[in-house]
Design a protein around this ligand. Structure first.
Ligand SMILES: Cc1cc2nc3c(=O)[nH]c(=O)nc-3n(C[C@H](O)[C@H](O)[C@H](O)COP(=O)(O)OP(=O)(O)OC[C@H]3O[C@@H](n4cnc5c(N)ncnc54)[C@H](O)[C@@H]3O)c2cc1C
Length: 282
């Protein structure tokens, strides 16, 4: 047997799932299973105990899908990465979500892994976090009493991605003034996980940048914003050398910690290139 004996719980509605999320002891949530099932198999081979109760979200249809209403994009927790990659998205800066998904791992993983699993699995290197922070997304959680909590993606990751209630969906404002750019660097050519990723979103009044948000995925810490870089960019106008100038205004603590020279260099290359893409698209 590949797994230790377990009880599989298959709720049909978000509220049933939220109640079980709170009530079940010694339990784990099963979304796409790409992390959870692997880790349970591995732990079993090492003789380590694994969760007795598995709360599968597979039958909760209300947690699946991508919707666009009233200037807001809603991505539900059980949406697969490939489904988001193929979903029609409003024109403009949210189209980067297609590129983000396309870069995640391989087709078999993207066919199983979910957006919810990517945001809540508490691995510091998964990529959606920095993107959702830059896009000013809100994360939504459902309690056993049916009450919904809304937390900004930024605060969720500041709180080390702790998930006390069932994560149901993420909402992203659609803003026709906004521009965005995303860069990620592979860890090695052999491993399909990122070394780092950066996402820059801004609005432009003519050439003037404002409301800029920069989400950074360093892989070693939870996704975060670079406020110093944002402050500089918000005082700047698009110019061919804006990307190069911006590199003098990075929050060193984000990029230098435990990072090799190569990684520090690739952060600079990625940020410069993302900023240049937006400045050049003027
Ligand atoms: C080989 C491989 C390569 C990968 N490469 C990349 C990559 O390049 N970039 C990238 O960003 N990611 C990558 N990933 C991660 C992948 O995209 C998924 O995010 C990840 O595997 C977890 O998603 P899942 O749906 O399979 O979650 P599962 O494995 O089913 O669940 C993981 C955990 O997430 C939590 N969880 C899931 N859903 C909820 C919910 N609704 N509410 C509360 N908690 C929940 C639970 O704690 C659960 O135990 C890779 C994964 C693998 C296995």
């Amino acid at each position: 047997m590949l797994l230790n004996p377990l009880t599989l719980h298959l709720p049909q509605t978000p509220l049933e799932a939220a109640k079980l999320y709170k009530e079940l002891e010694d339990s784990k949530v099963l979304a796409g299973g790409t992390f959870l099932l692997n880790s349970m198999k591995l732990l079993k081979t090492k003789g380590t105990k694994t969760a007795r109760n598995i709360l599968s979200l597979a039958k909760v249809d209300e947690l699946k899908g991508v919707e666009f209403n009233d200037g807001t994009l809603t991505i539900k927790a059980m949406t697969r990465i490939n489904e988001l990659m193929e979903a029609p998205l409003p024109d403009g800066h949210l189209k980067i979500l297609h590129a983000v998904c396309r870069n995640i791992s391989t087709n078999p993983i993207r066919n199983m892994a979910t957006v919810g699993g990517n945001l809540t699995c508490r691995y510091t290197w998964t990529e959606m976090g920095a993107v959702m922070i830059a896009l000013d997304a809100q994360m939504h959680f459902l309690g056993p009493d049916g009450k919904e909590d809304e937390v900004s993606a930024e605060n969720f990751f500041k709180n080390a991605a702790r998930c006390e209630k069932l994560f149901t969906h993420v909402t992203v404002p659609v803003n026709p003034q906004a521009r965005s750019a995303y860069r990620r660097v592979k860890k090695t050519i052999h491993v399909d996980v990122p070394l780092l990723a950066v996402c820059v979103k801004t609005e432009l009044k003519g050439k003037q940048w404002y409301n800029t948000r920069v989400g950074i995925n360093s892989g070693t810490a939870f996704a975060q914003r670079d406020y110093a870089l944002e402050e500089f960019l918000n005082k700047s106008v698009s110019s061919p050398d804006l990307g190069t100038k911006a590199l003098e205004h990075l929050t060193a603590a984000i990029y230098d910690t435990r990072a090799s020279e190569y990684k520090q260099h690739m952060f600079r290359v990625s940020l410069r290139s993302a900023i240049e893409e937006i400045a050049g698209g003027e």
